[in-house]
Design a protein around this ligand. Structure first.
Ligand SMILES: Nc1ncnc2c1ncn2[C@@H]1O[C@H](COP(=O)(O)OP(=O)(O)OP(=O)(O)O)[C@@H](O)[C@H]1O
Ligand SMILES: [Mg+2]
Length: 550
């Protein structure tokens, strides 16, 4: 399979250390006779397939456990081809390490012409398949059983453990449309229970469907799989990916990449590739380049992100009845998120019960989520795309900067919810950092001063809200003889002197030392002001260095 995990993708593979080590542990346990199974899920294009492929290649390199990779979407057309391919491709991976031409492995007849037929068990299974397929009406249940039992039989015969990666696993349901099959999952489970030398890693893009598969007690494979949800990248891993694709860019631009993509690796990749065309060199990338690249990617027809959002939107709505109303709902939520059922129903001029049905449908296809009875997009980039394209806004491939101004103005506002969520996470990170650094002396440079700074032995570091709700501090840190007041600004704009002045007033009120943490850094005026008034300053880079000291 020449397209299996091309080398350019392997070169940029980033992050996922935790998931890879978990999969490595599953392989190890399998070797020790304890098979366990994993269900990988997460947003579309979040990197499920890439993670599986990376692990497949690692297992091939190690040579102990034999990996098998099957894309169920490719093979689940009908029971006859399914059974032949499931068996043939398992041979291809285990006996030929997934190398060389694959065609010969796709039918039972031709499988007998390959070296796989040297294994008597394989030849026997191919024979059984051919017999069943030769009947006037093949028994589909028999075909499925032959297929699902096969990996274990091969493992036993070769005395070698097998790790089976079944990508797009929910596609298996397609086979339920054929007579005598019923729920294909039941056949799968029946085989699974007899197996001791095979571990399965199933994955799929339909989050809701995957969750139901493993968490719903009515699902045939409930409790058999441990769920592993892939999250977007952290800021640091996002930086790693940008560096692999393009190079190191200035912190403010890097932060902008993170905010607009929320660390989603496909968006990061598309945006960075676009940046590479816009900016002459990585160290010359400005925030403006990032904004421009993001708009070209999302709102011009040539953009990869545009293409993807269009596909997602169309495919999700394709099968829907009440198409117009679903679109109207998506548009409403693109304009304003976090609306409740009654608010949405009122704006749609529909009954709450009908509106709830539509919302349920949109949740079913993973477009929106419910949190505390309010509705949000799962993916802020898609939300941005819907907001603009439904108004007919598109950007051409070579827009003038002036034409983008109005959209750019809106851009940062639209991503505010995303960045305010990130901001809240950051505040608690900063508090935790202070607790851990308490009592240490750190290099003054990391706090924007020349002298080393002794961090007091804080006995309490908490967020503070005055009883009348008027004063809010991101952190108030108290030691026996000293207090610190901390302000965290996690957004794309640099902090200016006005904001530091406010922070200084607060600090005075609390008789405390002031520290301002800003993702995008500080304007020259602000730095000057801080020096005059003894305010400590750290940007994202210093925060990272401080984090390493704990
Ligand atoms: N760990 C990673 N390192 C670098 N790039 C990544 C990583 N994960 C994902 N990507 C980028 O995102 C793209 C999509 O990844 P992948 O196809 O693995 O996602 P998926 O979750 O399987 O998507 P789908 O839901 O469409 O099946 C990749 O082609 C790659 O460009
Ligand atoms: Mg995939």
């Amino acid at each position: 399979m020449p397209t299996f995990y091309p080398s350019y993708l392997r070169k940029i593979f980033t992050n996922r250390a935790h998931e890879l080590s978990m999969l490595a542990k599953v392989a190890e346990d399998l070797q020790d006779g304890h098979p366990r199974h994993v269900a990988l899920f997460g947003l579309r294009r979040i990197g499920k397939t890439l993670l599986a492929q990376e692990q497949v290649v690692r297992l091939l390199d190690q040579g102990d456990v034999a990996p098998v990779y099957l894309d169920m979407e490719d093979i689940c057309s009908a029971p006859e081809p399914f059974a032949q391919r499931y068996i043939g491709l398992t041979c291809y991976w285990v006996l030929s390490k997934g190398e060389g031409p694959v065609d010969r492995y796709l039918t039972a007849d031709r499988l007998l012409e390959t070296e796989a037929s040297d294994v008597p068990m394989v030849a026997r299974t191919a024979g059984s398949l051919i017999r069943e397929l030769g009947r006037r009406r093949p028994d589909y249940a028999v075909l499925l059983k032959l297929a699902f039992d096969f990996p274990e039989q091969l493992a036993q015969t070769l005395d070698r453990s097998i790790m089976c990666f079944l990508d797009e696993f929910p596609e298996l349901a397609t086979l339920s449309n054929f007579p005598n099959i019923g729920d294909p999952l039941k056949h799968f489970r029946a085989s699974l229970q007899q197996q001791s030398r095979v571990a399965y890693v199933i994955s799929g893009s339909a989050i809701t469907a995957m969750e139901r598969l493993v968490h719903d007690h009515e699902s045939p494979i409930f409790l058999q799989f441990r769920a592993l949800e892939l999250q977007p990248f952290t800021e640091e891993d996002t930086k790693g990916l940008v560096e692999r694709i393009f190079g190191s860019v200035i912190p403010a631009a890097q932060s902008a990449v993170y905010t607009y993509t929320f660390g989603h690796p496909f968006y990061v990749t598309a945006l960075t590739e676009r940046l590479r065309n816009l900016a002459p060199a990585p160290n010359e990338v400005e925030v403006e380049h990032v904004e421009q690249a993001f708009l070209l990617e999302t709102l011009s027809r040539q953009g990869q992100i545009y293409g993807y959002c269009r596909y997602l939107y169309d495919i999700s709505l394709q099968k829907a009845r009440g198409y117009g109303l679903l679109k109207a709902l998506l548009q409403l939520l693109a304009e304003e998120e976090g609306l409740s059922l009654s608010e949405l129903a009122r704006r749609l001029r529909r009954q709450a019960s009908a509106t709830r049905e539509y919302l349920r449908w949109l949740m079913e296809v993973d477009l929106i989520v419910e949190e505390e009875k309010r509705y949000y997009y799962r993916d802020p980039v898609l939300r941005f795309w819907v907001a603009y394209t439904t108004q007919g806004v598109e950007v051409d491939a070579f827009p003038r900067r002036e034409d983008l101004e109005s959209v750019i103005g809106d851009l940062s506002e639209r991503f505010q919810r995303v960045s305010s969520q990130l901001g809240r996470a950051k505040e608690s990170e900063v508090r935790e950092l202070l607790r851990q650094l308490a009592g240490q002396t750190v290099d003054g440079e990391l706090l924007g001063t020349d002298e080393p700074v002794h961090i007091p032995d804080f006995n309490q570091v908490e967020r503070y809200l005055s009883s009348d709700g008027q004063i809010e501090l991101d952190a108030l840190a108290e030691a026996d003889a000293e207090r610190w007041v901390v302000e965290v600004k996690w957004r794309l704009k640099r902090v200016g002197p006005g904001e530091l002045e406010q922070l200084m007033q607060r600090a005075r009120q609390f008789d405390a030392r002031a520290w301002c943490v800003s993702q995008a850094g500080f304007t020259p005026d602000a730095i000057e002001f801080a020096r005059e008034h003894d305010i400590l300053l750290s940007s994202a880079i210093e925060m990272k260095a401080l984090g390493k000291m704990t």
